[in-house]
Design a protein around this ligand. Structure first.
Ligand code: CA
Length: 617
């Protein structure tokens, strides 16, 4: 009896739902392109009761191969195959109930993006400027608070929104290019419609939409175009581990298993080593991979094939739409590693000239190397991620100049990191950095010692890898992470109307800040056209008595870095030790001071300082 009643109720609700009004609220991706290498496209259709319809389309070269229905009747996922010879145009998709057409949707297949200088990738010839869009420059005060977003601007709150935006970045692209940066990594700027802490951008509520407080999708394309015009590549920050609690799908998930659901709040253990640990427990693995990053950041289950495809296509969409040059992937070890590899493989297959750096925030070299594509891992895992962040090098740079010299302390920190490069599939494709948006400001880590600051940057800009510099480092911005993230993400002076200090013009900067800015500018512009730094071999010599010497060299070019970590003692180098390189050259030019080195047998390096000597035959 009970069963019959249930069947009756079910039939009744089915009948009601069929007569309920169907509609389409979203189709994603919003458009696609003809002539992609991967002919497959999966459209996500969202609309009330859309699953009660049967979609049909008729377009030359496009086949509707499969219609996927899920638990939630408000979604359909259409598998399309687009033949290589398909012409761009508009596809009419009919949504039928029986023989009746309920709805018609026009879906655009565009021609490929043929702009100049797109999809360039980035490499060791670049230096990347990392900036947080909310904190760099407010180019449009009218969008500081917007109608379609919840959190309003409050510049007095270190963790609030300060009004910075994409227009601000566009306005200062000349500054970025003139400083000598050749690539720009923006912290995320897609919609984060949280009530609070939305400024950092890592809790996305719409993967296809630039936050209205940062601008618009179209304005982001303008930013990329402007950057390319100035010789600056653009790297987009993407997040696949989680999305924001305010994500529009959270109110109406396609399937419950798009999110890792737990009986009560279950936080990740944030322990990346678990992923490669041959002895990892099931408990730790589950906590690492399915625990939430934060209460406001639901953890995505990329094992769901529809979600996996949704995320991969979203990436391809942004690359093609905006003409991106690269991607920085947030929290690489946190999503399922098989998904992350599938994702990277798909992106690199579509865009072979591209580059991607995974944020592998791991302390140990072997664990970091596990996550770089091409690694010969014992378990057979290949992440296909061309580049990863070099946190061991970050740790070494921050330790080296603050420690007394010892067998493995001080400059030996740098030596030991480089000496272990055999672990990496591609050491020159490691992202090296003295700090970033999650870490103590570099100048702060150097205890506000300008000499240490210069030594660290001299090393960063001459050693192997792709240097990244965080906005404000060039003007000695300070701030400690434990004070709160807002303190390491302060507003860049001059970015807001009425700022009394303006780092873009130099107005109001202290003499030391000006010197730091000139120092960074000089080194970057020197490095920019210096092939020997981009591609040259690296030879270094064991640190001795607080002095560390490294060369970058090719058959006919060489640059010598000398670091003296002694607090008071100047050191004259024993030229004999360095004969294997120096004997091929006669003189040199020291880049930082611009002075000639006339006798390579008599090089004296002052206490607590760096010399970068370009050698001449
Ligand atoms: Ca603004």
């Amino acid at each position: 009896m009970k069963q019959k009643l249930l069947i009756f109720i079910f039939s009744l609700s089915l009948a009601l739902s069929l007569t309920a009004k169907t509609s389409i609220q979203k189709i994603e991706p919003m458009n696609w392109w003809v002539g992609m290498k991967n002919p497959n496209l999966q459209l996500m259709i969202y609309g009330e009761n859309i699953a009660s319809t049967q979609p049909e389309l008729n377009y030359p070269g496009v086949e509707l191969k499969k219609v996927n229905r899920v638990d939630n009747p408000n979604y359909l996922f259409l598998d399309l195959v687009i033949d290589a010879a398909t012409e761009p145009g508009n596809i009419s998709i009919l949504f039928k109930e029986g023989k009746k057409s309920r709805l018609k949707y026009t879906y655009e297949l565009k021609p490929r993006n043929t702009k100049q200088n797109i999809h360039q990738g980035f490499n060791a010839s670049d230096v990347i400027y990392l900036l947080m869009p909310d904190r760099f420059s407010n180019g449009n005060p009218d969008n500081d608070s917007t109608k379609d977003t919840r959190e309003k601007d409050d510049r007095s709150n270190p963790n609030g929104r300060h009004g910075g935006d994409l227009q601000g970045v566009i306005n200062h692209m000349d500054y970025i290019a003139d400083m000598g940066f050749t690539a720009l990594w923006l912290n995320p700027f897609l919609e984060n419609n949280q009530e609070a802490y939305s400024y950092h951008g890592y809790a996305i509520s719409d993967f296809y939409k630039v936050d209205s407080r940062h601008g618009s999708n179209e304005l982001f394309v303008d930013l990329v175009d402007k950057a390319h015009e100035k010789g600056v590549k653009v790297i987009m920050d993407m997040i696949f581990n989680h999305w924001g609690i305010a994500h529009w799908m959270m109110k109406d998930l396609p399937e419950q298993d798009w999110i890792h659901q737990h009986e009560s709040f279950f936080r990740s253990n944030f322990r990346g080593p678990v992923v490669s640990d041959p002895y990892a427990s099931e408990y730790d693995t589950k906590q690492m991979l399915t625990g939430w990053f934060d209460v406001n950041m639901p953890d995505l289950n990329q094992k769901n094939p529809l979600l996996s495809t949704y995320l991969i296509q979203n990436t391809i969409w942004w690359i093609e739409y905006a003409g991106l040059d690269g991607i920085r992937v947030d929290t690489q070890p946190y999503p399922y590693k098989e998904f992350m590899a599938d994702w990277a493989k798909a992106v690199m297959a579509e865009y072979p000239t591209f580059n991607i750096v995974g944020e592998a925030w791991l302390q140990k070299i072997l664990i970091t190397s596990y996550f770089q594509g091409g690694a010969k891992n014992k378990d057979g895992y290949d992440s296909h991620m061309p580049a990863v962040t070099d946190f061991p090098m970050f740790n070494a740079i921050n330790a080296a100049f603050n420690q007394n010299e010892g067998w493995s302390e001080g400059l030996a920190q740098l030596y030991y990191v480089l000496a272990q490069d055999f672990a990496y599939a591609n050491p020159s494709n490691l992202l090296i950095f003295p700090d970033n948006h999650d870490l103590n400001r570099y100048y702060e880590s150097m205890n506000k010692d300008f000499n240490k600051y210069k030594m660290g940057l001299a090393f960063l800009l001459t050693t192997r890898g792709i240097p990244q510099i965080y906005y404000g480092t060039e003007i000695l911005m300070d701030g400690q992470e434990h004070q709160g993230h807002g303190f390491i993400r302060k507003d860049f002076p001059g970015g807001w109307a009425g700022d009394t200090i303006n780092a873009f013009t130099g107005n109001g900067l202290s003499p030391m800040q000006k010197e730091a800015q000139a120092f960074v500018k000089k080194l970057l512009n020197w490095r920019k056209n210096n092939d020997v730094i981009h591609k040259g071999k690296l030879v270094h010599f064991l640190p001795n008595e607080g002095v560390y010497v490294m060369f970058r060299h090719t058959d006919d070019q060489a640059v010598m870095l000398v670091l003296n970590n002694n607090n008071e003692q100047a050191k004259e180098l024993d030229a004999n030790r360095y004969r294997e390189i120096l004997s091929k050259y006669k003189t040199g030019n020291e880049i930082i001071t611009g002075t000639a080195v006339n006798d390579l047998n008599k090089i004296t390096v002052p206490a607590k300082s760096a010399m970068i000597i370009e050698l001449s035959k």
